[in-house]
Design a protein around this ligand. Structure first.
Ligand code: NAD
Ligand code: TYD
Length: 353
């Protein structure tokens, strides 16, 4: 175990962003051992990591971050030196349907990990507890302005309230116990392996299957989109070079109204699928608005750029085109992750190998 210079627990590594973070660390840092700790909810799929699962510096452990005993055992088993915490319930609509799961995983799970780290990291070695969070904790913007690291928290959905709560606990552990924390708040991500319940992957799969494209309310809500691999590179930079006790906003200055984004997706997919121009846009269907729908998110990422020289690597046009191509090439993945018994099936296959 000690032959690895760091033994990093990455929680939620089988999810959308987590799988990109795991892949990046496994391939960029052969001297580190990466321990992917994931409960494998509907959103966690080991198939997301099939290309790296046999790498010698990667291991998977199925566990719930709320389970104190399991976290304790994993810290002991792997002599965990660092944590990158991504495990969460992540979908706003699900949080409106049922907030409690969000409280358990996002709040109790985060505090359980903080407690475990506090108990085990009593040596003089350097450690990092990196908490990955969202810009949704800052609330909703009107037409002007951006979220900075100084923007007061004002969460409005059960999801963002649970993430805000976890962020507060992370900072409290720094101030109270000097736990070496780092934190980032990122805008909406898009890219491959995104579960088809969030806007972009849902629209891509529905266009593909010629199903209605549901637009909440008037479609004029604004989101600021960042390619998931650029988020993973920001996490890498902050994990290694960010200041302990500080937070960093991550975003790519890329605001779109939902309706203009969906029109753009329709146009790109008509071209890629060889369908007549305008045919996918006919699937657009306005439906009732989301309760408490935040109007606009927009991130000011100057601190990350100026202090740590991070910038997004590709344009939205390039990223969206790559993303659509990935979904068109991976229709089996879509079928598997959206089929009810997939989770049990794949978990069994993985453990019986
Ligand atoms: P996701 O829903 O795709 O993945 C979450 C992962 O966490 C899944 O693999 C799931 O199985 C796992 N998980 C859930 N509950 C667990 C538990 N109790 N114990 C262990 N594992 C559990 O989410 P995502 O979109 O990849 O988001 C990852 C993190 O990044 C979250 O903390 C989220 O708040 C944050 N974030 C997401 C976005 C975004 O646009 N998706 C933007 C900013 C920040
Ligand atoms: P989503 O991908 O759920 O991310 P978040 O709510 O965390 O920003 O939604 C992005 C935007 O798209 C949000 O304004 C809600 C809207 N939306 C729709 O209009 N239709 C949909 O089917 C979904 C899933 C989202």
């Amino acid at each position: 175990m000690e032959k690895y210079t760091k033994r990093i627990m990455i929680t939620g590594g089988a999810g959308f962003i987590g799988s990109h973070v795991v892949r990046r660390f496994v391939t960029h840092y052969p001297a580190y051992l990466l321990i992917n700790v994931d409960k494998l909810t509907y959103a966690g799929n080991l198939e997301n990591l099939i290309d790296i699962e046999n790498n010698p510096n990667y291991v998977f452990e199925k566990a719930d971050v709320v389970d104190k005993k399991a976290m304790d055992e994993l810290f002991l088993k792997y002599k965990i030196t660092d944590v990158i915490h991504l495990a969460a319930e992540s979908h706003v609509d699900r949080s409106i349907e049922g907030p409690m799961e969000f409280v358990f995983t996002n709040v109790v799970g985060t505090v359980t990990l903080l407690e475990t780290a506090r108990k085990h990291w009593v040596d003089k070695e350097p450690h990092v507890f990196y908490h990955v969070s969202t810009d949704e904790v800052f609330g909703s913007l009107e037409e002007e302005g951006f979220f900075t690291e100084q923007t007061p928290y004002d969460p409005r959905s059960p999801y963002s309230a649970s993430k805000a709560s976890s962020d507060h606990f992370v900072r409290a552990y720094f101030h109270t116990y000097q736990l070496p924390i780092k934190l980032s708040n990122c805008s909406n991500n898009y890219g491959s392996h995104h579960f088809p319940e969030k806007l972009i992957p849902l629209m891509i799969t529905n266009i593909l299957n010629e199903k209605p494209l549901p637009i909440y309310g008037n479609g004029l809500n604004i989101r600021d989109w960042l390619w998931v691999e650029d988020h993973a590179s920001a996490i890498d930079v902050i994990f290694h070079n960010g200041k302990v006790g500080e937070s960093y906003n991550v975003g790519g200055l890329n605001e779109w109204t939902n309706i203009s984004l969906v029109h753009y997706l329709c146009q790109l997919m008509d071209e890629k699928l060889g369908r007549p121009a305008g045919s996918s846009a006919k699937l657009i269907t306005y439906i009732a608005d989301r309760a408490g729908h935040d109007q606009r998110y927009a991130i000011d990422a100057h601190k990350l750029d100026e202090e740590l020289a991070w910038k997004p690597s590709i344009t939205f046009e390039e990223g969206l085109s790559k993303t659509i191509d990935w979904y068109l090439d991976n229709t089996e993945w879509i079928k598997k992750v959206t089929s009810g018994d997939y989770q049990n099936y794949y978990t069994k296959q993985y453990h019986n190998r």
